[in-house]
Design a protein around this ligand. Structure first.
Ligand code: SAM
Length: 232
């Protein structure tokens, strides 16, 4: 039996590529984006009452990791990328039907648009549904998860004088908390766990329309080297 679903909208996100997106929502509160609803869901009626809600569940498609072959076991980055676990025990992007779910902050509502923060979604992500977070039902105080018991460890993020100036300048231009976004995302240490970086190796990703480059002067520290606006 097959069922079909179709998006209610698409996310315009600060994250333009997968590398360095936090592995769960809320880890980078400065990660912002807009859910642009498509007809008929862009009508005001569909959002009535949502102004009373601080957080929403997004159900979405991992559109850049859709699979044709079912995978029963995956190697989640959270387990170091070399231990396997059953797909249903993880939040891996490789999963049946490619469906992701995130609780994100609802900052503001405009006609047909939800302004979101704390997202972990790639730009262009198709969203299948939005539901209000219901604290009394969704926050389970005695819940436990032995595979992911604590938030991922963070590492120190430093700046060169020049890169900090660049970040502040681009933040002003964008009207976005870019310095915080870079610090929060890089503190999650985006490199694959099995990789011990040399100081010479350069890493990079795109946030909004800027390219961010960094290196590891030692394996437990990141130094941001450049924050450059992409050539148009
Ligand atoms: N919170 C969601 C969940 O639990 O279903 C996502 C968790 S998943 C581990 C988070 C990762 O998904 C991010 O770090 C990013 O690399 C990846 N990702 C985000 N949006 C995506 C998309 N549209 N297609 C493929 N991968 C995506």
């Amino acid at each position: 039996m097959t069922y079909s679903v179709s998006p209610i909208g698409f996310v315009r996100s600060c994250f333009k590529e997968k590398f360095a997106i936090p592995r769960q929502p809320q880890l980078a509160p400065a990660a912002r984006g807009i859910l642009e609803l498509i007809p008929p869901y862009d009508q005001a009626h569909a959002l009535e009452g949502l102004e009373q809600v601080s957080h929403v569940w997004l159900l979405f498609l991992f559109h850049q990791s859709l699979e044709t072959e079912p995978r029963l076991r995956v190697r989640p980055p959270r387990l170091g990328g070399n231990r396997m676990a059953g797909v249903f025990a993880t939040r891996s992007t490789h999963r049946p039907n490619g469906i992701g779910q995130s609780v994100v902050r609802l900052e503001r509502i405009e006609p047909g648009r939800l302004h979101l923060a704390g997202i972990d979604l790639l730009d262009g992500t198709p969203v299948l549904d939005v539901k209000p977070y219901v604290p009394y039902a969704d926050a389970v105080t005695e819940a436990r998860n032995g595979l992911a018991s604590d938030p991922p460890p963070v590492i120190d993020v430093h700046w060169t004088e020049a890169s900090l100036q660049q970040a502040r300048r681009e933040a002003l231009r964008l009207g976005e908390p870019l310095q915080e976004l870079i610090e929060q995302c890089l503190a999650q240490d985006p490199r694959p766990a099995y990789q011990t970086p040399t100081a010479e190796r350069r890493y990079g990703t795109r946030l909004w329309d800027v390219e961010v480059r960094w290196h590891y002067p030692d394996p437990s520290t990141i130094t941001v080297l450049e924050v450059l606006r992409e050539p148009r």
